[in-house]
Design a protein around this ligand. Structure first.
Ligand code: Q9C
Ligand code: ZN
Length: 342
């Protein structure tokens, strides 16, 4: 399997985040992608290609144009305002406030275009976001050109980013961009299978009223887990999209047996949908030693995930999302891919 990777991800680094009242180094750090890249090499998964550069047309097919146009301006606006630390959102237009008037202040705009403080900018962030998008589209092109599968080693991740907001370490929704791109290239139906520990709220929101893109999520129950405000089992799609969004919220402590039951049901519903292509939002934060998650999958489980996806017999695009146990992230992510290859 070919991997697409860009070193530009590394400019998005040094962020801090708030955990239990303390400002600590962010979990979504550059070493994540480097460890996975090294494992791709040591496991001889296949060649590692640089992405082709794309314009932002494909991004604007799933995101609001004003949101996409805002992203490259964040750091220049932040610097022009005389600020130097990372640009972190801090005020949000929640219920009772005006969410329809974008202010002119950069701090305010960060809140206007986000749902949490988990997606922050440093100088190299836009170039990293853009490279991650290019990685996803380039890997999608490989699948469209006839590869059985390809691995988009995206960083930053994407599945929490909605049509007009960032959050949860995500800016552009790489998997959603790829899914829509396959549609625009002639696919009739596309399935997105999101196995990251966290609910892919952005992907769900983007495709919620659509019957042509099935979105399936296995994740920590939002009653107790981030992103908290989406991902319940009764969210099944709206209008023409009714029945094409499937959520499998699972409790803390879920290990392979129960997780696999959900995967099996998900794969049967995916197969019944009979898509032309499947986009896998590949998070490995379901791992027992993940520092921010509460599932109990072991390294031996990840090849089984890949093998089950392979049994679908569909062209498959793997798009990297989360996973924060840096020592094992390469073993687990590449384990899915070698399991797929059989
Ligand atoms: N600092 C992905 O896995 N947790 N995003 C915040 C408080 C946010 C995870 C905890 C988790 C986001 C792509
Ligand atoms: Zn996650």
């Amino acid at each position: 399997m070919k991997t697409v990777f860009s070193p530009l991800h590394a400019g998005h680094g040094g962020q801090m985040e708030l955990v239990a009242g303390a400002i600590v180094p962010g979990f979504e750090k550059p070493s994540r992608a480097e460890i996975i890249r090294k494992r791709v090499e040591s496991e001889k998964l296949g060649p590692i290609l640089a992405p082709e550069i794309h314009d932002l047309t494909a991004a604007k097919r799933v995101h609001a144009a004003d949101y996409i146009d805002f992203l490259p301006t964040v750091w220049p606006q932040w610097e022009a305002a005389g600020k130097s630390g990372s640009a972190i959102p801090f005020a949000w237009p929640t219920r009772g406030l005006r969410g329809d008037v974008p202010p002119r202040n950069i701090e305010a705009l960060l809140g206007f275009y986000s749902f949490d403080g988990g997606a922050s900018f440093v100088k190299g962030t836009w170039d990293a976001i853009k490279s991650s998008y290019d990685v996803a589209l380039t890997a999608a092109q490989l699948v469209k050109a006839g590869e059985r599968a390809a691995f988009a080693l995206c960083r930053p991740p994407g599945h929490h980013a909605g049509a007009a907001f960032m959050g949860g370490y995500c800016f552009i929704n790489n998997a959603a961009v790829a899914a829509q791109w396959f549609r625009d290239q002639g696919a009739t139906r596309v399935a997105v299978l999101d196995v990251d520990y966290h609910h892919g709220n952005g992907t769900q929101e983007i495709f919620y009223d659509r019957p042509d893109i099935q979105v399936i999520n296995l994740h920590g129950d939002p009653m107790t887990e981030y992103p908290f405000f989406l991902g319940h089992a009764d969210e099944r799609g709206a209008g023409a999209g009714e029945g094409f969004n499937l959520n499998y919220p699972l409790p803390f402590g879920t290990s392979w047996a129960k997780w696999n039951e959900a995967l099996e049901d998900a794969c049967q519903k995916l197969a019944a949908y009979a898509p032309d292509v499947v986009v896998v939002s590949l998070g490995v934060d379901t791992f027992e030693k993940d520092p921010i998650s509460q599932f109990k999958l072991t390294s031996a489980d990840y090849p089984k995930i890949g093998a089950r996806i392979a049994r679908l017999g569909l062209p498959s695009l793997f798009v990297m999302e989360g996973g924060y146990a840096v020592d094992e992230i390469g073993i687990n992510a590449v384990g899915v891919l070698t399991g797929f290859e059989g």
